[in-house]
Ligand binder design. Structure first.
Ligand SMILES: NC(=O)c1ccc[n+]([C@@H]2O[C@H](COP(=O)([O-])OP(=O)(O)OC[C@H]3O[C@@H](n4cnc5c(N)ncnc54)[C@H](O)[C@@H]3O)[C@@H](O)[C@H]2O)c1
Length: 253
């Protein structure tokens, strides 16, 4: 993956399960050593074993991306264990639902702290490695909810809209350093996150898919992981600032 030198080191936040775990596997299969960052590492052991079976070095750190001290400590640990970080996937996110009229300040702050501020803290803690290497890939996970608007998730959609704007501004600022910054906007991928909001979908998941997803199925975590690995690839250096929608056609730009 990194011709002429050692493997790239990737950090994947929220990497212990769901989309994050699939992203860890895809990056390892593409030749990266992988640090799994998650606030809940339950069940991460089998994933680490899988990454090792792919011939890659892997580590897991318990991190709350909304806590800058936790992020900086994990960044230092990864550098010690695996080396300087070249790839960061800001995937950790929460997606609680609440009608706008019931939203309290704590709801708003809680979602923004993880989904948007977390991406800021992690990128801020690791970007200097990429600047020093004059190479880097930041891939943020946004959401089709920010592109189309989703009722009952105004705080979530606002946080993910922030992620898209964060991506574009950072892409411009970091381009002279050889660092690309892009985001993948998923929709309706079958994970615990989606299961937690399934009941609120009109017509249930099946009805929702029939009405909204032209491809006619839910997404698989591997669909998102493939897009992230593509953006993180050595050959993707001329792609920056984009939103890559991976949504079965739910929302078309
Ligand atoms: N699944 C979908 O259909 C879908 C659609 C659009 C966007 N997304 C986004 O994709 C990302 C992953 O979603 P998922 O469906 O895999 O969710 P998930 O709930 O299955 O997994 C999220 C992971 O993030 C971790 N996490 C949560 N808060 C954290 C924190 N403060 N610090 C560190 N780790 C934290 C969780 O422990 C978990 O392992 C999220 O950002 C989500 O908003 C998912």
């Amino acid at each position: 993956m990194n011709p002429g030198s050692g493997a790239r080191v990737a950090v994947v936040t929220g990497g212990a399960r769901g989309l994050g775990a699939a992203i860890c596997r895809a990056l390892a299969a593409q030749g990266a050593d992988v640090a799994v960052w998650d606030r809940d590492l339950a069940g991460a052991e089998p994933l680490l074993a899988e990454l090792a079976e792919l011939g890659r070095r892997a580590s897991a750190q318990q991190v709350d991306v909304a806590d800058p001290r936790s992020v900086v400590a994990a960044a230092n640990e990864v550098r010690e264990r695996l080396g300087p970080v070249g790839i960061l996937v800001n995937n950790a996110g929460i997606s609680p639902q609440k009608p706008f009229l019931e939203l309290a300040e704590e709801d708003w702050d809680g979602v923004l702290a993880v989904n948007l501020k977390g991406a800021f803290f992690c990128t801020r803690a690791l970007v200097e490695d990429m600047i020093a290497a004059r190479w880097g890939r930041v891939v943020n996970i946004s959401s089709s909810s920010a592109q189309s608007g989703t009722p009952g998730m105004v705080h979530y959609a606002a946080s993910k809209g922030g992620v898209i704007a964060f991506t574009k501004a950072l892409a411009r600022e970091l381009a002279p350093h050889g660092i690309t910054v892009n985001n993948v906007a998923p929709s309706t991928v079958l994970t615990d996150g989606l299961r937690s909001v399934e009941a609120s979908l009109p017509g249930g998941l099946e009805g929702y898919v029939a009405q909204n997803i032209p491809v006619g199925r839910t997404g698989q975590p591997e669909d998102i992981a493939h897009a992230v690995a593509f953006l993180a690839h050595e050959a993707s250096g001329y792609i920056t600032g984009v939103t890559l929608s991976v949504n079965g056609g739910r929302y078309m730009l």
